[in-house]
Structures are given as structure tokens and as C-alpha cells.
Design a protein around this ligand. Structure first.
Ligand SMILES: Cc1cc2nc3c(=O)[nH]c(=O)nc-3n(C[C@H](O)[C@H](O)[C@H](O)COP(=O)(O)OP(=O)(O)OC[C@H]3O[C@@H](n4cnc5c(N)ncnc54)[C@H](O)[C@@H]3O)c2cc1C
Length: 546
């Protein structure tokens, strides 16, 4: 096998003949001596001309080209159950892996199915009414269902990313996600995939229960042996949940807790039981929206053509001892209200598969470490950063509640032009935005915590050196981007992945503090499923930072 690269101007097609001719040259054989030839990676190089760079694998005729094969899903109607709390990426991929392991996943989800959930989000955008059980973070598909569906991860984690990508393709994602350096699915396609995953789990004997909010988890032990020789072993873990029909109980020997970074009540439930929790750093800042044409011109150095992929960007910067970085950039996307509680304002972004809106948005956030919170939060134990996060979200709402026009959507967000923010000036007017609830001119330089505002104000002009034109008053900043990752960690044994106070409980995914983003959460779901099924994890694998 030989690996080689081909670079081609974007817009030109890479033909089979071209590939085979190049493969013959690289392998040093006649074209008839070439076997399988396949593109394994595609990335964009816009340093000079705008090129697609293809990484290709070529095999000689007769040589076997290894194929990736997923283990089959088993019929689990009568198998031993594992409870999976949360139907986000971690929960869904845990459930799929349980099917492969011959265990019956029972998925408990506080929100609605992905179809019904859409209606609540439409209401959110038009009336500002937040349904605390069904919103941009809660409901089938989790926080990733209505997103850009970016599938790259910076984390280096245990697990095989191919297991996630190949299943997504099997459930309807475009096969290009298997080779693109920056794959994404788009919010128009994700719900269909999420529904197919659920159908597959149910068809194989698993269960899904919507409107089922878990409110308590307890291990129940049984005595084995007699007298002094008796030992207490885990009988099962009992899970209590609120459902429209009243409180229900579920039991299993293993429970995967994959409730995401916004389930503050789950952290409170764990803390209330006296089980360990730890504060964890997260990141806080603003959502920035530029006209997409500006980002296209910046990234493609003025050579953008409409047939080229919509340009994206990312940066990492150090400012006064803390990282300031772009987060979850949505090219050709729209801003969405992603609060899970009333009277708070949180923004995030999503894009369609075509990434064809007129706007580009990204979080630009400052790393917050335990101890960075103001003095008054220091006695809150594991909730110091979570309470700080919540209060910043509420302060945004409090400002707009006072300044909004009569009849304006209560989720209209505080906004400021970028240069005005850096210069400490209120914006007299605001440009058009993709954010449906609307924008209200606000002094974000004063509303944000001082150490966050200061670092952001210094960062934006610096970024202009890398991306000329980025620092502009045509860019709009919105408060606040705060649900970047969990501000709390639920501890687990690094080997067994179980909570130290509750054998059989597997804290999992972003909410437990072990993942960030769709892919790494899915990988953590798989890792927990393997442990819950009593299997060792697969080989260690580095997930390359794209
Ligand atoms: C608008 C938006 C856009 C995003 N875009 C991207 C992107 O393009 N790419 C990317 O990689 N990441 C993106 N993210 C982040 C990504 O969605 C998360 O990192 C990922 O979904 C985390 O997966 P998870 O399964 O750990 O948790 P979640 O997806 O948060 O899922 C948790 C699930 O648990 C349920 N739940 C919570 N509490 C309970 C309870 N008590 N009982 C029962 N169920 C409960 C919730 O309803 C939810 O469905 C985006 C997030 C948002 C909000």
C-alpha cells in the first residue's frame, strides 16, 4: 500500500482516471496492476491558491485493502438491561454500543422526541417562552441535535472515532464525513439521523422513554453469605423518574448518566445525596456574528467563489494568563437562544448542511478556572462556577428586561458592535442579525465580568493580525456564550468509570466533565457502555485535533 497526496483547485473534479494514473506512478506499476484506490482525507488549503488536498491510499492488484467493519447490533429483547439517562450523543452512542454488546438499553429522556421538540424551539424563537424540559439543550438528540453538527474534536480520548462516523453514515449522514478534515452534518439532517438511531435501538429490543426526568438514583445492596462472612454486593441501581403518569422506578445493574452540561438539577441531586462533585473550569464570553462574505474574503484571501465551501475560522490566543479562543464556529449559520431556564439569556449557533445563511457566528470565550469566580461564590463548594455561570446569564436578561421595547421578545439579547465594545462605547445602532428574538444595544464591556471583558477587548484587535478585517464594527457581539462545557465534574474511577459513591453508576459525556462536543461525547458514551457491559475498552486511540 502507498499513501500519497493530490492537490486540486477547488471546483475541479478529482476523476477516477486521475487517481488510478497517479496510483500507478506511486506504486511503480502499470495501471492494470493497481487494485483499490481510495481517498481517506480531504482538507482545504487556502494559503495561496484555494486547493483541496486529498490523501489517497493505493493498493496493488491482489493486495487486500482493509475495510472497517462495525460489530453487528444484537437482538436484545430478552437481554439484561442497562439504563441510559439522557438521549444526547453520549447516551445514543452508549445505547448503540450496548446493542453490539448484547445488552438492552433503556433510554430515559426528560425531553420530547426530536420531532415534537422542534415545535418548542419554534415557540422559543417567536415568544421567548423557555420550556425547561424541551429546548436547545434538552430533548432527544441532546444539545447536538439542533446545531451545526460539526464532527471534529480537539480531545485525545480513548475510543475509535470511526465507530461514531460510520454509524452516522449508516443512519443517513453524507459519506463525505468519513474523509473531510472538518466534517459537519447540519441541523436540517441531524433530526432524521437521530430518529433513525432511536428506531434501530427499539427495533433491536431497546426502549426509549420520553418525558421521563430522572430525579433520584440509589444503589441497592444485597447481603451474600451468612454471619461474619456476609458481604454486601450491589444488587442493582434504582432510578426514579417523573413522567406524565407520575413517578416511575427503573432498575438495572448499570446506569449510564449522560445528562449534559445544562442539567443543573442532576448535579444538585448528586450533591444532595452527599456524593462527591468537583468544580471544573469552563469558558465564558460572547457570540460574535460577522457577515459571512467577510469571513469568506478573509479566509480565502479575496479569492472566494460561490462554489467554494463556506469559510470557517478558529483561533486560540493567550491573554493575561488565560486562553481566549473561538468556540463552535457556525459558517453560514444562525444564532439561537439556548437557555434552559427562564429569565436568563444564553446564545449558541447552528447551521444547515448547506451552510448558506448570510452570517457567520462563533463563540469567543475566555477560559475560567476554579478560583476565577468572584469572592461571593467561594463558599458554594462544587457549585461556585455553576452559580457564577447562572448569574451571568441572568444579568444579561435583567439588562434587556429593563431596556426592551414593549412587546419585544424576552429573549432579545444584549448586543454591541465589536469596535465599540473594545473602545468602551455603547453602540448607537446595530446591524442586521440572524438572531430571531432580536438584539438590544447594551454595554457588554460593563455587563460581562471585568476579567472576561478585559481579555476579550484586548483579543479582538490581535486576531485582526491573523485574519485581516476580523476586527470591525460590522461584527456584532452578543451576551452571553456560557454553556461551553460543564462547570462541574462528576468524579468517576479512571479504570472502572464508576462513581466512587455509587457502584454501577457511570457518569458519562459532557455533563459529567469527560467530553466536549458531539464526537467526544459519543466516544465517552461508547467507553461507558463497554464498561457497563463488563467489557474492556478497545485499544487506545488518539483522536487527531482537526
Ligand atoms: C446550539 C448548539 C450547537 C452545538 N453545535 C455543536 C457542533 O456543531 N459540534 C459539536 O461537536 N458540538 C456542538 N454543540 C455541543 C454538543 O451538542 C454537546 O457537546 C453534546 O451534545 C454533549 O453530548 P452529551 O450527550 O454529553 O450531552 P447532551 O447533548 O447535553 O445530552 C444530554 C441529554 O440528557 C437529557 N437529560 C438531562 N437531564 C436529564 C434527566 N434528569 N433525566 C433524563 N434526561 C435528562 C437532556 O434532555 C439531553 O437530551 C452544540 C451545542 C448547542 C447547544
Amino acid at each position: 500500500m502507498k499513501e500519497f497526496e493530490i492537490a486540486l483547485k477547488i471546483g475541479k473534479e478529482l476523476t477516477e482516471e486521475q487517481l488510478r494514473a497517479e496510483a500507478a506512478r506511486k506504486l511503480g506499476v502499470q495501471p492494470a496492476g493497481v487494485g483499490t484506490v481510495r481517498v481517506v482525507r480531504r482538507s482545504i488549503d487556502a494559503r495561496q491558491d484555494v486547493l483541496y488536498r486529498y490523501k489517497v491510499e493505493a493498493f496493488r492488484a491482489g493486495e487486500t485493502a482493509p475495510e472497517y467493519a462495525l460489530p453487528p447490533y444484537q437482538d436484545v429483547h430478552d437481554a439484561e438491561p442497562v439504563i441510559v439517562v439522557g438521549a444526547g450523543p453520549a447516551g445514543m452512542f452508549a445505547a448503540l454500543r450496548l446493542l453490539m454488546e448484547g445488552r438492552k438499553p433503556i433510554v430515559l429522556e426528560r425531553g420530547k422526541d426530536v420531532h415534537a421538540r422542534k415545535r418548542d424551539m419554534a415557540t422559543l424563537a417567536t415568544t421567548g417562552a423557555v420550556n425547561p424540559e424541551s429546548n436547545y439543550c434538552f430533548g432527544e438528540g441532546g444539545a447536538g441535535a439542533f446545531s451545526d453538527g460539526k464532527l471534529y474534536t480537539r480531545s485525545s480520548k480513548r475510543g475509535d472515532i470511526r465507530e461514531v462516523l460510520h454509524q452516522l453514515v449508516a443512519f443517513g449522514a453524507d459519506p463525505s464525513i468519513l474523509i473531510d478534515a472538518h466534517p459537519h452534518i447540519g441541523t436540517d439532517r441531524l433530526p432524521i439521523i437521530v430518529e433513525k438511531i432511536r428506531q434501530c435501538i427499539i427495533d433491536h429490543g431497546g426502549e426509549y422513554h420520553f418525558d421521563t426526568k430522572v430525579i433520584d438514583i440509589s444503589p441497592e445492596f444485597m447481603e451474600e453469605g451468612v454471619g461474619e462472612k456476609s458481604v454486601a454486593t450491589l444488587g442493582h441501581v434504582r432510578v426514579s423518574a417523573l413522567t406524565p403518569e407520575g413517578e416511575k422506578e427503573y432498575k438495572a445493574s448499570a446506569v449510564i448518566l449522560a445528562t449534559g452540561h445544562s442539567a443543573r438539577d442532576v448535579y444538585e441531586m448528586i450533591h444532595g445525596k452527599g456524593w462527591a462533585l468537583e468544580p471544573k473550569g469552563f469558558a465564558l464570553g460572547v457570540r460574535v456574528e460577522h457577515p459571512q462574505w467577510m469571513i469568506n474574503q478573509m479566509r480565502y484571501h479575496g479569492k472566494y467563489q460561490p462554489f467554494m465551501p463556506t469559510a470557517e475560522y478558529s483561533f486560540v490566543h493567550q491573554e493575561d494568563g488565560r486562553g481566549v479562543f473561538s468556540f463552535c464556529m457556525c459558517p453560514g449559520g444562525v444564532l439561537v437562544p439556548s437557555a434552559t431556564e427562564e429569565q436568563s439569556i444564553v446564545l449558541n449557533g447552528m447551521s444547515n448542511s448547506a451552510r448558506n445563511s448570510k452570517w457567520a457566528n462563533a463563540g469567543v470565550v475566555v477560559q475560567i478556572e476554579p478560583g476565577d469566580e468572584p469572592e461571593e461564590y467561594r463558599d458554594r463548594g462544587p457549585f461556585a462556577l455553576m452559580d457564577f455561570q447562572r448569574d451571568v446569564e441572568r444579568s444579561m436578561y435583567a439588562y434587556t428586561a429593563e431596556h426592551k421595547r414593549e412587546g419585544q421578545n424576552p429573549l432579545a439579547a444584549p448586543a454591541q458592535r465589536m469596535k465599540d465594545f473594545c473602545r468602551g462605547l455603547e453602540s448607537k445602532d446595530l446591524p442586521k442579525t440572524s438572531y430571531t428574538p432580536g438584539a438590544i444595544p447594551a454595554p457588554l464591556h460593563e455587563l460581562l465580568p471585568e476579567h472576561v471583558a478585559r481579555r476579550l477587548r484586548r483579543t479582538f484587535p490581535q486576531i485582526d493580525r491573523q485574519m485581516h478585517g476580523y476586527y470591525t464594527n460590522d461584527a456584532l457581539l452578543f451576551g452571553v456564550e456560557s454553556r461551553t462545557s460543564s462547570p462541574v465534574r462528576i468524579p468517576r474511577d479512571p479504570e472502572t468509570l464508576q462513581h466512587p459513591a455509587c457502584p454501577g453508576l457511570y457518569p458519562c459525556g459532557e455533563g459529567a466533565g469527560y467530553a466536549g462536543g458531539i464526537v467526544s461525547s459519543a466516544l465517552d458514551g461508547i467507553a461507558c457502555a463497554l464498561k457497563a457491559a463488563g467489557r474492556e475498552m478497545g485499544r487506545e486511540m488518539e483522536v487527531v485535533d482537526n
